[in-house]
Design a protein around this ligand. Structure first.
Ligand code: ZN
Length: 469
């Protein structure tokens, strides 16, 4: 039988705040276990939470990235359940009045993937299972750190669509400074809800949920595995059980974890210790103004305004750092394609496979080198030697070029000036050139060489003679 695949996502991203969301403990990865804790985030009786304004603003920012409408009134609610990594026995989250509603991302195919909402909540602590004899250790450092949860509509039908969507989400969150999305540190996790229905049917099938997938690859593999698993059950006339299944990336398969609880099991209710959040239009406007241009918009601009090929635009925007670097260069030296070539071919290879890299040369110095090459003061090979020398010594390109005696040619402009001078001072040369050009070319080249101490490029001089005489 043929089936339609229906997939919805819940994406958690850790917000880039200095402190936790309901107390003033530090929000940092890798601290000593339980170093960043206090009575609030360890759920001591009587401890009262505050709310981190920055976390609320970052959630609004995320909404603005994806075209959500921002609520004027939002409420934090308690989601009640017991788990050892959740000291309060409830998680503060949002149910009825989330901060962001609606929105969506258009995929390359033109298909719109709608968002249901983005809400703010707190993360739980971390359990480490040692052994049966030692038991399990708990670290509450992560407890109470701020998360956004992005909930989509069930609009996806393939693993490829999910992959493209997740990459776009991650890219936008990083660009806008909302989250680092370091997947290997659990900074971005994805839950996948998946069901099958007979092709063309309007009735949704029973869905399963796979939780906390933390790499693009495992999301794709988990989806492909689950589609196949459900297909086989349905083909044999079996029934899908609504449950949470745990993906085992090493084994390449998933296993039943628990049957799915319903929202009513959590007994959501407004947190009586936290006042409702009121978000004014002027706050939203201010946050909008602070937003940087997002990658998709930058790509469009690079193609339309700078005339770059799509290929260049995609590579340059693959990280915000590279994109910002490129744009700063274009401001210094308005030659986007030349700059793009230098960055793509010569700079990116220097930082190959490094994670948070920084180019080893400033935008100003790179532009100075590119300019020298473009004005034919030096050729590209010499330009690369100069690049290397600037990186090694940290000296200015112009200073190094002189020190290293790299300037072997004189600029096109200087040659043109000399040729024009000769033309205006020596009418006979022009006359002779008009009659028999070959006879005077040698003389003219010699004149230029004499006046540039032999540092002009003879071929260039010859081509410029034709322009001037
Ligand atoms: Zn705390």
């Amino acid at each position: 039988m043929e089936y339609d695949v229906v997939i919805g996502l819940e994406i958690h991203a850790e917000l880039k705040t200095k402190t936790k969301v309901f107390c003033s403990c530090k929000n940092e990865f890798g601290a000593k276990p339980n170093a960043n804790t206090c009575p609030v985030c360890t759920g001591m009786p009587g401890a009262l939470p505050i709310i981190n304004r920055h976390a609320v603003e970052l959630c609004i920012k995320a909404g603005l990235c994806f075209g959500c409408s921002i609520s004027e009134y939002a409420v934090m609610e308690r989601k009640n359940y017991f788990y050892p990594d959740l000291a309060k026995a409830y998680q503060i989250s949002q149910m009825v009045h989330p901060i962001c509603i609606g929105g969506g991302i258009e995929l390359k195919s033109g298909k719109l993937m709608r968002l249901n909402r983005i809400h703010l909540e707190e993360d739980a602590g971390k359990l480490t299972h040692i052994s049966r004899a030692v038991g399990t250790l708990v670290d509450y450092n992560r407890g109470g750190t701020p998360l956004i949860e992005i909930v989509t509509e069930p609009d996806f039908s393939t693993a490829e669509e999910v992959d493209e969507f997740l990459k776009r989400v991650r890219e936008s969150l990083i660009y806008a400074g909302i989250a680092d999305c370091k997947m290997e540190e659990g900074g971005m996790r994805c839950d996948v809800n998946l069901s099958l229905k007979p092709k063309g049917s309007q009735v949704l099938g029973t869905r399963t949920e796979m939780k906390n997938l933390n790499s693009f690859k495992s999301v794709t593999r988990a989806i492909e595995y689950e589609i196949k698993r459900q297909e086989e059950i349905l083909d044999e006339g079996g029934k899908i059980i609504q449950e949470t299944r745990k993906w085992d990336d090493a084994k390449g398969k998933n296993l039943s974890m628990r049957t799915k609880e319903q929202a009513q099991d959590y007994r959501y209710f407004p947190d009586p210790d936290i006042l409702p959040i009121s978000i004014s239009k002027s706050d939203v406007e201010r946050i909008k103004e602070e937003m940087p241009m997002l990658p998709e918009d930058r790509r469009k601009r690079y193609v339309e305004e700078f005339g770059l090929p799509e290929y260049d635009a995609a590579i340059l925007t693959s990280s915000k750092y590279v994109s910002d670097y490129f744009e700063k260069c274009v401001k210094i030296f308005d030659s986007p394609k030349k700059i793009s070539n230098w960055i793509m071919v010569d700079l990116l290879k220097l930082v190959k496979e490094q994670e948070d890299f920084v180019f080893p040369i400033s935008e100003e110095d790179l532009c100075e080198i590119i300019k020298m090459v473009e004005e034919k003061i030096i050729n590209k090979t010499v330009g690369l030697q100069l690049l290397d020398a600037v990186i090694k010594t940290g000296k200015k390109p112009s200073v190094l070029a002189k020190e290293m005696n790299l300037i072997v040619t004189i600029s096109e402009k200087q040659i043109l000036l000399l040729l024009q001078k000769l033309k205006s001072e020596n009418a006979k040369v022009s006359e002779d050139y008009a009659k028999e050009p070959q006879k005077v070319v040698g003389f003219i080249v010699g004149y230029v060489m004499k006046n540039t101490a032999g540092k002009a490029n003879a071929e260039l001089v010859k081509s410029l003679i034709q322009k001037v005489f």
